[in-house]
Each structure stands twice: as structure tokens, then as C-alpha cells.
Design a protein around this ligand. Structure first.
Ligand code: ATP
Length: 308
């Protein structure tokens, strides 16, 4: 299937001369959840803004369902919903009117039944006649999502949807995202919460310094770059790693009370069995052993740190 969004060789130089995007190429598949991770200033918002037609590119192209975002602006904009970081609508307007108005802005005919469904899905139905200023922060965020869904977009961009949101609301927003995906909407989210990407994304894109460093299936990424660590707590501290264990690349930590062994999860043999035998052979007595899997966060820090 052709990608729903196709970005090729996209660049953006702002009027100040700053190069925010340097030749970004990225295909987004229909129906997936793609999380874009990157440090502050990486270019995430710039990329999203160009796809949504809010910022003009300096070079390259973006196609949404085959339409160019610059040339066929109306068609592409109608297919996209954008949930920005902040609510900028009139605080004295009601939820119902705000969301209904949003639909009209995209040139769609009124459809009260759709607006009702969106508000119900987002648990905002009982607040439909409230003014925005009467809502809690979390409800205001859900209004932003409702606005973005008002015109039935096929692609939804969420720019840090859960920044500053409490844990339970974050989980309920993830459920909303999951339901949207189940209904066929393609979702791209930027986030600083790596745990969020780990939880809900199908693919992870890492962007830094205006360049895409990697786009990969989440599970494949975790198993390819994920490493495991075996921690061996010792009954008696060691001054140094015994000579006979030098082949294992062990590190001694905790004032000699703990040996750390890094191993590759994808390797056929992890070497754990022979390590444990070698430890016994060397007369090293164990108190406890535990393992730790590197998280997406460890992987992210490694990728961004080395710029690979
Ligand atoms: N209008 C502008 N004029 C000049 N430079 C800009 C403009 N907008 C953004 N930039 C610069 O482009 C770079 C990328 O910004 P962008 O907002 O895309 O990053 P981001 O990845 O979304 O960051 P954050 O995670 O902090 O939201 C930053 O260095 C920023 O200062």
C-alpha cells in the first residue's frame, strides 16, 4: 500500500538563516502510530507544521495521500487533523460551538451527529455547553483533540499530547489514541515521554539537529539495539576481576561487591551459563543475581548521543 504521508528530502531554513530541517525523508504508513522522538529544537514541530501546511518548506516535497501539501493545500489540509500544544480558542465559547466551528473551518458541511460522537468518545459530552474557561486542563486538551477530529481527518498529528498531564489522564488519552487507530486513523505523535512511545507506538522515528537518525519498528528496534545486563552481587568483595574471567568483559562496581556483565539479547549464546560456571571455578561466591533490559530511553540516549 502506498504511504499515506510521503516526505522526501525536506529542508527548512528559517528567515534567520537557521536550518531546522536538513533533507528529511520519511514515509508514514496508513493506520500506523508513529512516535517522533527528539530533544528540544530537533525539528519535530517544524516537520509537523510543514506537513500540515502551516509552514512553507525551503526544499523537498510532502505528499498526503498523493497530494502535494503546497500545491494542493486544500485537499491535504482537509485530510489532516492537528492537535497543537496549546489551546488558543476563545475561552468564552462553549465546547460544542468551538468543535463545530472547527469543522466549518475545514470547509465541511455541518454534521452534529459526528460532533456528538467525537465529544462522547472523548468523554466531553456532559461538558458540551460549558465555556472553555470552565474546563480543567485535561479537559481542554481533550477539546483540542475533538477540534482536530471535527472534520474526520485520515491523519492525526499530536504535538506532545500529554505534556503536563497527570498519569491517569495520560493513560486515558492513550486509550483514545488506540481507539482512533482502530477506526483507521493514522497517528503521528511527538513526545518527550519515551515511556509513551514505548507504550503506544508501532514505529519510532528519532530526529535530531534537523535530521532523521532512524525510523524503525518498535519491537525490532528494542531487540536490535536493546542490551541486557546481568548483575551478580557477591558474598565477598573483590579487589579486581579475576584473571580467569577476563574474556567476559566484566566490570566491577559497588566497591567490589557487584559484577556487571553486558550481553546481547539477539545473540545465539548469551554466555551466561559459562560465565556462572567460570565464576564458580574461580571460587567467587554469589549472593544474588538479577538482569536488566535496556529501555527505549537507554536506546534513545545512545542514538542521540552518538548521532548515528
Ligand atoms: N520561526 C522560526 N524562526 C527561526 N528559527 C526557528 C523558528 N521556529 C523554529 N526555529 C528553530 O528551529 C529549530 C527546530 O525547532 P522545532 O520547534 O521544530 O523543534 P522541536 O523538535 O519541535 O523542539 P521542542 O521539542 O522543543 O518542541 C529550533 O532551533 C528553533 O529555534
Amino acid at each position: 500500500m502506498a504511504p499515506i504521508v510521503s516526505v522526501s528530502n525536506l529542508s527548512k531554513t528559517y528567515a534567520s538563516g537557521f536550518k531546522a530541517l536538513k533533507g528529511v525523508t520519511l514515509d508514514i504508513e496508513q493506520g500506523e502510530i508513529l512516535a517522533l522522538l527528539g530533544p528540544n529544537g530537533a525539528g519535530k514541530t517544524t516537520l509537523i507544521s510543514i506537513i500540515c501546511g502551516i509552514v512553507n518548506p525551503s526544499g523537498g516535497t510532502v505528499l498526503v495521500n498523493g497530494h502535494d501539501v503546497v500545491r494542493d493545500f486544500r485537499e491535504t489540509r482537509a485530510m489532516i487533523g492537528l492537535v497543537p500544544q496549546e489551546l488558543t480558542t476563545d475561552a468564552f465559547e462553549t465546547v460544542w460551538n468551538t468543535v463545530t466551528f472547527s469543522r466549518g473551518l475545514h470547509g465541511k458541511k455541518p454534521n452534529p451527529a459526528h460532533i456528538e460522537k467525537v465529544l462522547k468518545d472523548l468523554s466531553l459530552w456532559d461538558k458540551k455547553d460549558n465555556m472553555l474557561r470552565e474546563l480543567s486542563g485535561g479537559m481542554k486538551r481533550r477539546v483540542l483533540i475533538a477540534k482536530a477530529l471535527s472534520h474526520e481527518p485520515r491523519v492525526l498529528f499530536l504535538d506532545e499530547p500529554t505534556a503536563g498531564v497527570d498519569v491517569s489522564l495520560r493513560k486515558s488519552m492513550w486509550e483514545v489514541v488506540e481507539r482512533l487507530r482502530a477506526s483507521g486513523v493514522t497517528i503521528i505523535l511527538t513526545t518527550h515521554y519515551i515511556e509513551e512511545a514505548e507504550e503506544i507506538a508501532d514505529r519510532i522515528g528519532v530526529i535530531n539537529g534537523g535530521e532523521i537518525l532512524l525510523v524503525e519498528d518498535k519491537t525490532a528496534l528494542m531487540s536490535k539495539l536493546g542490551r541486557k545486563q546481568l548483575r551478580v552481587d557477591l558474598s565477598h568483595p573483590l579487589d579486581a576481576v579475576p584473571e580467569t574471567l577476563s574474556a567476559y568483559n566484566l566490570t566491577l562496581e559497588g566497591d567490589g561487591h557487584c559484577l556487571i556483565y553486558d550481553y546481547d539479547t539477539s545473540a545465539e549464546r548469551t554466555g551466561i551459563t559459562s560465565l556462572l560456571a567460570a565464576l564458580a571455578e574461580a571460587g567467587v561466591r554469589l549472593k544474588d543475581i538479577s538482569t536488566r533490559q535496556s529501555s527505549l530511553e537507554d536506546i534513545f540516549v545512545e542514538i542521540v548521543g552518538t548521532g548515528r
